[in-house]
Each structure stands twice: as structure tokens, then as C-alpha cells.
Design a protein around this ligand. Structure first.
Ligand code: GDP
Length: 480
């Protein structure tokens, strides 16, 4: 009866060891040969976002299958530049590194020209390109992933050698691991007399990042982002990983990709930075971007030059959309304007419907009314997170919130999936359950809906905090 961990791992194309680890994180200790019950299988499927029964009907408004088809296709594959995101703890040198890379590697003709900030840029090393997303921070990375955009091939984690592994370093590691992308460690600020790269290596080994010098397989590069020392070597290492991973895409198909950034310009209208992931984007193309649509009117590259075509891994800024999309939205080019408009409008109306439903089901507000009636002066919260570091970070941040004397009371904080015990505790203590990078078990979900317990799921710490803080402001001013 049942399926073993190893068999399930095979079906999901995951490493058995990873599955064992993920199950453990969800509070289910197993080994690879152990049989899983259907409940556990369901949790894992939910966690990995896999539908137990594959949908057969193709919905033209659903972007997933365009991407799936492009990823599976072997037609006209060409090598493409790797797409790199830089992450790490605040002040460890992410911005300095991105600035150095950009300045040091602009091609001859552009030197001295105005460097545009469009959210991503390309750097040349030995005639090969590397694409960097230049919105540092895990929020951006994870928000994009949460919205469906999986654009990053390689994560560079910057750790200051004079400071060592800090909470956001751990968060970055976890985010990169969740995205299942190779990690390169840049040990930064080695110019400082207090720099201690050995300590960084030691500390990171506790998170499974073991340098090649120590028999592991993680690439470590010691750099000074400020003085540019070894930054070329870092680029070489990125290209080395790219050689191993062989990033490819087709260049001769209708373009597919993701939104890196978007804004509304008072004269030009919506402006979006798109990263082409498959195919080639042309000026004049009709496309649907997130829940909006339009035609590529003007297209510019990262140095502001007008271009007519853009292939895989190229970031471009475009105008011509009906409305401003959001970072992490995906785009799909269609053969004609009519199709793009029809699909764009369908997606817009579905999005509106979703928003209506969400506002209808808000229960955080109801809870506050209850609190107010009882004249309670605290908001009870139960935190469940995928890792201890996130649980602690979230707990610490929530406890700092104070709105007119009302504070947050952390009833319970632990690692693992939201289970029935959490729901019972929440009901007993009138608490909201906040899940960070975890989900409720099916039983817990069921019990929560019966008991009216509010479960809030987040994968960006800031959003979890902001949601509660906003609701607390509502608590104090019910008219608001
Ligand atoms: P971020 O928050 O990770 O983007 O960090 P920043 O790039 O803003 O850097 C934080 C501070 O560290 C700034 O004052 C930088 O000048 C400094 N810094 C960054 N890299 C280096 C480095 O390699 N050496 C030294 N000495 N300082 C650096």
C-alpha cells in the first residue's frame, strides 16, 4: 500500500534526499524507503504546486502551458546568457557589486553614456553576456517567483567577510534553495583588515554551502566589490556554471517572458521592463502581459538604445501596453492583435473576479471587531514557517509593531506545516495563523474553515508584517 518516498521523488523529478528534508520541515520525519500515506502525499504535492490530476483541457488564457511547451521543446535551441540575481544581508555589498559590474563592463561605445536603470542589465565578459537583475533583495526575488516568474538561473549570495552570516544571508540561502538554482558565494569586503573569509566559509558550511577547497561543491569567490578586486573572477565563475548548466532557449518562436519592473510614465504611459525567456520579441508584436495587453511600440535595451528585436535572456524596456503590469507577471506574444486583446481582456476580467472574491472573504477585519468588542489590546498570532530563521525573523518583526498601544502577541512560533493542533490553539486563543513558506495540511485547512480560523500564507516577510499592521490600523479606526 502507498508509495515510498523514493518512488514519489522519482515521479516528481526531485532528489529523494530533498523530499526527505522537505517532509521533515513539514513535521513528517521519514526515510527514503518509508511508505507515505495519501495525506502526506497530498501535502507534498501541494507544497510542490503539483496537481494530482493533470488538467487536459487547454485554456488559452492560462499562460502555464505556453511556458511548459516552450521549455519542453527542442526546436532551434541556442545557448543563452545566464540570468543572475544577487542576494545577501543588508549592507553586505549587493548594490556596490551591481554598480561595479555595470560600470566596469559597459562596452566601448557606451562608456560615458547615460546608464539607464531598467531593473536588469547585461554585462560582457570575454565576448559572452551575463544578465543581472538589479533589484537586490529577497522580496523581489520571491515575489516574482510567487507570481509565476522563474527567471533566475544563478543566485550570487554576497556575504561581508567582516560580518559573516546574518539572518538575511540565511533567508537568501533558503530562497535560492527553494528555487533550486545554483548558488555562488561572493565573500565580499576582503579589502577590510577585519575581513575573515575563513569564518564565512565555516558558518556557511552549516547551511550546506561547502567550498570546493573543503571538499564541497559550492563556488566561493573572495571579492572586494568596492575596489573591483576579483569581480572578473566572479563573472568567470558565473560563466563556468553556465557552461555546466547549458542554458538554452529557442530564438525563433513567439516570445515568452516575464516582467522585471513596470511603471507609469505621465507622457509615455505604461513602461515595462521585460526579460525575454523564449523566442524573439519584435517591435510591433502583440502581447498579453499579466492582466493587460498591447503592442510593443518602442523597445529599448539597458543602455537606452532603441532596438527592434530581442532574443532570450535580453532585458528590454517597452511601451505600448494598455495598463501597467506588475513585477513577476509573465508575458506571451500572440500572432495577431485580435487574439492578444481577447486573451488580455479575459485575464483582466478573471483578475477582477478574483479581487472581488478576496475582499469578500477577508476575515482579519472580523477578528478585529471581535477584539475590539472584548476591548482586547493585543493581536494574537501563531507563526509557522519553513525554517527557524524565518519564524524568528517574522516573530521579532511582528513584536515590534505597535499601533496606538496595541501590540502583537506571538502565541506560538514553530517550524513545519500548519497542522490541526495549530488551528485548535488559534481557536482557543483567538489567534490568526500566519504561515511563512508553509501550507496547512488538508485536515488543518478543513478544520480552519469549520472553526472560522484565519490562515494567512505568505512568502515575503514584509507582506506578512504589512498585512497585520494595516489591519491593526483598521482596528483602531473602524471607519477607515
Ligand atoms: P547592500 O545593502 O547589500 O546593497 O550594501 P551596499 O552595496 O549598499 O554596501 C554597504 C556598505 O558597504 C557601503 O558603504 C559600501 O561602500 C560598503 N562596501 C560594499 N562593498 C565593499 C567592499 O568590498 N569593501 C569595503 N571596504 N566596503 C564595501
Amino acid at each position: 500500500e502507498g508509495i515510498t518516498v523514493a518512488e514519489l521523488a522519482k515521479k516528481l523529478h526531485r532528489e529523494p534526499a530533498k523530499l526527505v528534508k522537505d517532509l521533515f520541515m513539514m513535521g513528517v520525519p521519514t526515510n527514503q524507503n518509508q511508505s507515505l500515506g495519501s495525506d502526506e502525499v497530498e501535502i507534498i504535492l501541494a507544497e510542490y504546486g503539483v496537481e494530482a490530476e493533470q488538467e487536459v483541457v487547454v485554456d488559452p488564457s492560462d499562460f502555464d502551458h505556453y511556458f511548459e511547451e516552450a521549455e519542453a521543446s527542442q526546436d532551434g535551441l541556442v545557448s543563452r546568457p545566464p540570468v543572475v540575481t544577487i542576494m545577501g544581508h543588508v549592507d553586505h555589498g549587493k548594490t556596490t557589486l551591481l554598480d561595479y559590474l555595470r560600470k566596469a563592463n559597459v562596452t566601448e561605445g557606451e562608456a560615458g553614456g547615460i546608464t539607464q536603470h531598467i531593473g536588469a542589465y547585461q554585462v560582457k565578459s570575454d565576448d559572452r553576456l551575463v544578465t543581472f537583475l538589479d533589484t537586490p533583495g529577497h522580496a523581489a526575488f520571491t515575489t516574482m517567483r510567487a507570481r509565476g516568474a522563474d527567471v533566475t538561473d544563478i543566485v550570487v549570495i554576497v556575504v561581508a567577510a567582516d560580518d559573516g552570516v546574518m539572518p538575511q544571508t540565511v533567508e537568501a540561502i533558503n530562497h535560492a534553495k527553494a528555487a533550486e538554482v545554483p548558488i555562488i558565494v561572493a565573500v565580499n569586503k576582503i579589502d577590510k583588515p577585519t575581513a575573515n573569509p575563513q569564518r564565512v566559509m565555516q558558518e556557511l558550511s552549516e547551511y550546506g554551502l561547502i567550498s570546493e577547497d573543503w571538499g564541497g561543491d559550492t563556488i566561493f569567490v573572495e571579492i572586494s566589490a568596492k575596489f573591483g578586486q576579483n569581480v572578473d573572477e566572479l563573472l568567470e565563475m558565473i560563466l563556468l556554471v553556465a557552461d555546466v548548466e547549458e542554458y538554452q532557449a529557442s530564438s525563433d518562436r513567439l516570445a515568452l517572458g516575464s516582467v522585471i519592473e513596470a511603471r507609469l510614465d505621465s507622457s509615455k504611459g505604461p513602461i515595462a521592463t521585460l526579460l525575454v525567456q523564449h523566442g524573439t520579441l519584435h517591435t510591433g508584436d502583440s502581447l498579453v502581459v499579466g492582466d493587460t495587453h498591447g503592442r510593443v511600440r518602442v523597445m529599448a535595451d539597458d543602455s537606452g538604445r532603441r532596438i527592434k528585436t530581442a532574443g532570450p535572456s535580453t532585458p528590454v524596456e517597452i511601451t505600448g501596453l494598455q495598463a501597467s503590469p506588475e513585477a513577476g507577471d509573465r508575458f506571451v506574444v500572440f500572432e495577431d492583435e485580435k487574439t492578444a486583446r481577447a486573451i488580455g481582456e479575459e485575464r483582466a476580467s478573471r483578475a477582477q473576479e478574483r479581487r472581488r472574491q478576496v475582499t469578500h472573504h477577508v476575515t482579519l477585519d472580523n477578528l478585529f471587531e471581535t477584539l475590539q468588542e472584548g476591548e482586547l489590546k493585543s493581536v494574537s498570532v501563531i507563526i509557522k514557517a519553513d525554517v527557524q530563521g524565518s519564524a524568528e525573523a517574522l516573530s521579532a518583526s511582528l513584536q515590534k509593531i505597535e499601533v496606538e498601544g496595541v501590540k502583537v502577541d506571538i502565541v506560538h512560533s514553530a517550524v513545519g506545516a500548519i497542522n490541526e493542533a495549530d488551528i485548535s490553539l488559534a481557536q482557543a486563543s483567538g489567534a490568526i495563523v500566519v504561515g511563512f513558506n508553509v501550507r496547512p495540511t488538508p485536515q488543518a485547512r478543513e478544520q480552519a474553515s469549520q472553526d472560522g480560523v484565519d490562515i494567512r500564507l505568505h512568502n515575503v516577510i514584509y507582506n506578512a508584517i504589512d498585512e497585520i499592521e494595516t489591519a491593526m490600523k483598521g482596528l483602531l479606526d473602524p471607519e477607515y
